[in-house]
Ligand binder design. Structure first.
Ligand SMILES: [Zn+2]
Length: 462
């Protein structure tokens, strides 16, 4: 059955919001136009007629499968070229997305070429397909008082660009430091002095590829694959393989208890193609690798999880609308179980201190400004809750940690949804477009590093 990328238009925001959880339509984003809402979504071809009968407008943007197959073929050809030319794992020489193995190889190269200020970190949990994952830290020297930032990518298999962005970002920074140079990304410039300060006074912690199994499967087999590759439960077929890692983190994981019915698009059914939450919170080795990394670096002050797509910079929370008035109305308070998740109501909103919210919004705008300088794309800064809430996502988990355990480092968390919705195959756009995205998102990440460092040296609250 073929999948279509469509724009669904309707007048009622609540009805449109219900499409995701009820119909298992993959809703990527939405925008408000005059007197109507437009939802960017993926639907099976057989659901289009039903949507039209319900009175929705459905504009077909793209036949997903054929275009996705083209991306796969281009990727395989490029990987073969790199192999022949001895450029295995080289994201700058590039020409195509790195394979899952090449992302790991890129970190080996980083260690070989920049060992004095590049630490490759083996993560404790191997994946279901027995892949070993690494993270890395850029930073000369050590010290508990250094501020750190953490970037992760590749949580979802089909979002091929995340790991490439993070490796590209790292290589540009490492080479500039080694050569005592600054560098440019479009109109965004970083001076040699700033490059030195970044590398010598802070820790930049990166886990470029959280889900290598999902990436490999998406690149080689099923391009639209999102989940990891946890084997199907006994007696169930291949359709029940995999867990959505971005629903598996221990934050309001038990969505059916914590949220009002029908508000969250998560499911306990392994057969779901998109958002199966897993058998337990943090059941997945890939999820636990991220948690381990956050524990290992309690000095992390800012955290960014890269996803695609939509050109948005999302800040906490994703569980419900934010509020800064009532600290007791929060995700730990069981009084509100069953009441969360209805956006635009007064029954429940998630508590975030005004100072944290302000910090997140300011930092978000700062990143957006840097991104704009590269080629003029406008990334919108907004709260991550969107059309409907999420449970068990990595950004909410990262930000929630210090509320659950005050001994954990306090950080501000973001999800960046890179890439334009009008690109072809926007989860993994054609590589020339992806190169541009790599540059603009790198500029945003760099801006975050510089601001994190500046805040610390001026003594302001992190
Ligand atoms: Zn994603």
């Amino acid at each position: 059955m073929s999948t279509l990328h469509v724009a669904i238009t309707g007048r009622d925001k609540r009805h449109l919001a219900a499409l995701g959880p009820k119909l298992r339509v993959v809703v990527v984003g939405y925008r408000e136009e005059k007197h109507r809402f437009v939802v960017d979504a993926y639907v099976h071809a057989d659901k289009v007629a039903w949507l039209k009968r319900q009175g929705y407008g459905v504009a077909r943007l793209e036949e997903v499968d054929a275009h996705d197959r083209a991306r796969q073929a281009e990727g395989h050809a490029a990987a073969t070229r790199r192999l022949k030319k001895g450029r295995y794992g080289d994201v700058i020489w590039g020409g195509g997305y790195l394979t899952a193995d090449e992302v790991e190889q890129a970190m080996v190269l980083g260690e070989q070429n920049h060992g004095a200020y590049f630490e490759r970190i083996a993560l404790p949990n191997v994946t279901w397909e027995r892949r070993r994952c690494h993270a890395f830290r850029i930073g000369k020297g050590n010290g508990r008082s250094r501020p750190a930032v953490c970037f992760i990518g590749g949580v979802h298999g089909r979002e091929w660009g995340g790991p490439d962005i993070l490796i590209y970002f790292a290589v540009r920074l490492l080479r500039a430091y080694r050569d005592r140079e600054g560098f440019r990304l479009g109109k965004k410039r970083v001076s040699p002095a700033l490059v030195r300060r970044l590398v010598e006074t802070m820790d930049i912690v990166v886990l470029p590829q959280v889900n290598p199994d999902g990436r490999a499967f998406s690149m080689d087999r099923h391009p639209f694959w999102r989940k990891n590759r946890r084997p199907a439960p006994r007696g169930q077929g291949f359709r029940s393989i995999g867990v959505d890692l971005n629903r598996n983190f221990p934050f309001l994981w038990r969505f059916d208890r914590h949220f009002a019915q029908g508000t969250v698009e998560s499911t306990h059914k392994p057969g779901d193609y998109e958002t199966y939450v897993g058998p337990r919170p943090a059941s997945e080795p890939e999820t636990r690798n991220v948690m381990w990394l956050l524990d290992r670096f309690p000095n992390i002050r800012y955290y960014v999880d890269l996803h695609s797509y939509g050109e948005t910079i999302l800040h906490s929370w994703g569980s419900d609308d934010d509020q800064s008035k009532d600290p007791r109305m929060n995700f730990r308070n069981t009084t509100y179980d069953g009441k969360r998740g209805r956006i635009l109501d007064d029954v429940y909103s998630e508590y975030i201190p005004a100072t944290d919210k302000n910090d997140a919004v300011q930092m978000g705008r700062h990143m957006a400004a840097a991104i704009r300088l590269v080629r003029g794309r406008e990334y919108e800064v907004k709260q991550s809750v969107g059309l409907y809430p999420t449970a068990g996502a990595s950004d909410d988990y990262a930000y929630s940690r210090h509320w659950v355990d005050p001994k954990k480092g306090r950080l501000i968390a973001f999800t960046i949804e890179w890439g334009r919705s009008h690109a072809s195959t926007p989860f993994h756009p054609p590589y020339p477009e992806m190169r541009k995205v790599m540059r603009e998102v790198s500029a945003g990440l760099l801006a975050l590093c510089l601001r994190a460092l500046a805040k610390r040296t001026t003594g302001s609250k992190a």
